[in-house]
Design a protein around this ligand. Structure first.
Ligand code: G2I
Length: 459
């Protein structure tokens, strides 16, 4: 994420004054409030989404409601591991692709759900363990996120990895038994495959400040402090007949860690409180400026996995329920979120070579350090580059890899070579560093990189 902050800072400097209007709030009054969920959410800079079973995209009553009310979709099942890689190495994207085309044709963004989950694994993966599973799961993340590169707003990279109950710890699973670092390895692989997607951790029973949500909170804080690429946390919000009084406070504490929050699978038990709870959840999201969108887990009551709970916003005939009205009103009444400054990339730095060759020895130019997450047969390397006293206009970091090791993915740098001596050059947005400034890049590989040391040269 470092590079995004750097990019944004550069853009902000470039537009000082003239385009400050780009940062105005998306303010709306009830007089011109939207009359559909998608319009009202969009007016407040957010999305409103639904989980879709692609088989229903040929049912016109379903599609009518979907297209009128929602500007985001997520596949209820079609992008899960068992659907996308039914046999190892054989990928099937039919259902997911169909949903992406529907979204693109109807002005909807797409949430990706879910790259890794202990459930709905194909049989071949269920039977794997250890380093074989670790490699297979990282390959799965890489392949699927690469296939959908540029088309996904947010990926649930890892789903439901924490245990219920009071432990606040990880859930046991074949994935967890490959090593506690499996989650960060997955996030790094996802970032490498689709640098434009927001990368989320998603879970349920996290609807307030409790042992499980606190366990996740601690993981996110740790990831942010170590530069593991995480951008958002999904709160599924499969709710019963009451809502935790600290629902909003819980969202806010995650937002305060520097991640977006999203309500990802909302549905609520039917009964007297249903409409109130829907309204309260929507208000909580609106009150948290980093709550960027809400997704309900299905369109009509009869589409829901919750059977007779009648847990959604539309009845089986597609009629709006009281819960719908409360959600719409809460969207219309809620505050907007500041729109981002213009996202145009900064203009390239001047290409003229410096007239004087740098006279400093390379150690003054920059230094680099590496931290490795390794497992049998593979590794992810995170590299920190620190500019020396003169700053840099570009940098290049070299490693000599042990024999048998090979680079398979790189992010935030351009690699040359994949075995033996490999070099990583800055990309256009992270070459220019002020004195002492730090940037990060990473690469993933097969084999072992243990003991490697970087050398950094600056220009
Ligand atoms: O369980 C509710 C949700 C909890 N969070 C993660 C979500 O991915 C999960 O969604 C549900 C789907 O709504 C169900 O539709 O995940 C279930 C799987 O655990 C989905 O159910 C499965 C059935 O278990 C399969 O038998 C069936 O083949 O749906 C499949 C496709 O219809």
């Amino acid at each position: 994420m470092k590079h995004r902050r750097v990019l944004r800072a550069a853009v902000t400097v470039a537009v000082t004054g003239a385009l400050a209007a780009g940062m105005t709030m998306a303010l709306t009054t009830s007089a011109n409030a939207g009359t559909t969920l998608r319009a009202s959410a969009a007016e407040k800079g957010r999305y409103f989404g639904a989980a879709v079973a692609t088989g229903k995209l040929s049912t016109s009553a379903y599609v009518t409601v979907l297209n009128r009310e929602f500007n985001s979709v997520v596949a209820e099942n079609e992008m899960k591991w068992d659907a996308t890689e039914p046999q190892q190495g054989q990928f099937r994207y039919t259902g997911g692709d169909r949903l992406v085309s529907h979204a693109q044709a109807n002005g909807m963004s797409v949430r990706g759900h879910a790259l890794l989950w202990y459930q709905q694994q194909p049989g071949w993966a269920q039977n794997m363990s250890g380093s074989t599973l670790r490699s297979a799961m990282i390959n799965h993340v890489t392949q699927v996120a690469t296939h959908y590169r540029g088309k996904i707003h947010s990926w649930d990279v890892v789903n439901e990895a924490f245990a219920d109950g009071g432990s606040g710890g990880r859930r046991d699973s074949n994935l967890q038994r490959t090593g506690n670092d499996w989650i960060e390895a997955a996030f790094r692989a996802a970032r490498a495959a689709d640098p434009g997607a927001k990368l989320c951790y998603n879970d349920y029973n996290t609807d307030g400040i409790n042992a499980k949500s606190t366990g996740i909170y601690n993981m996110v804080r740790d990831f942010k402090s170590r530069g593991v690429p995480i951008d958002c946390v999904g709160f599924q919000s499969h709710l019963g007949t009451s809502l935790a009084s600290d629902y909003q406070a819980n969202l806010q504490r995650f937002a305060d860690l520097g991640v977006d929050v999203q309500i990802t699978e909302l549905d609520v038990m039917t009964g007297g409180n249903q409409a109130n709870i829907y309204g309260a959840v929507t208000r909580a999201c609106m009150n948290v400026s980093r709550c960027t969108g809400i997704t309900v887990w299905g369109v009509r009551d009869c589409d829901s996995w919750r059977g007779s709970d009648n847990a959604l916003l539309f009845d089986c005939n597609g009629n709006k329920k009281a819960a719908y009205t409360n959600v719409l009103n809460a969207l219309n009444a809620g505050p907007g979120i500041p729109t981002d400054p213009p996202t145009d990339p900064p203009t390239d730095p001047p290409t003229d070579p410096p007239t004087d060759p740098p006279t400093d020895p390379p150690t003054v130019g920059c230094s680099a350090s590496v931290s490795l997450n390794s497992w049998t047969g593979g590794f992810v390397a995170s590299v920190k580059v620190t500019a020396g006293s003169a700053g840099t206009s570009g940098w290049n970091v070299g490693f000599t890899l042990p024999s048998g090791a090979s680079v398979t993915n790189t992010w935030s740098a351009t690699a040359s070579g994949s075995t033996g001596t490999v070099r990583f050059a800055n990309v256009n947005y992270n070459g220019r560093l002020g004195a002492g400034q730090v940037t990060e890049f990473g690469f993933q590989g097969t084999g072992s990189a243990s003991g490697v040391t970087p050398t950094c040269t600056a220009s």
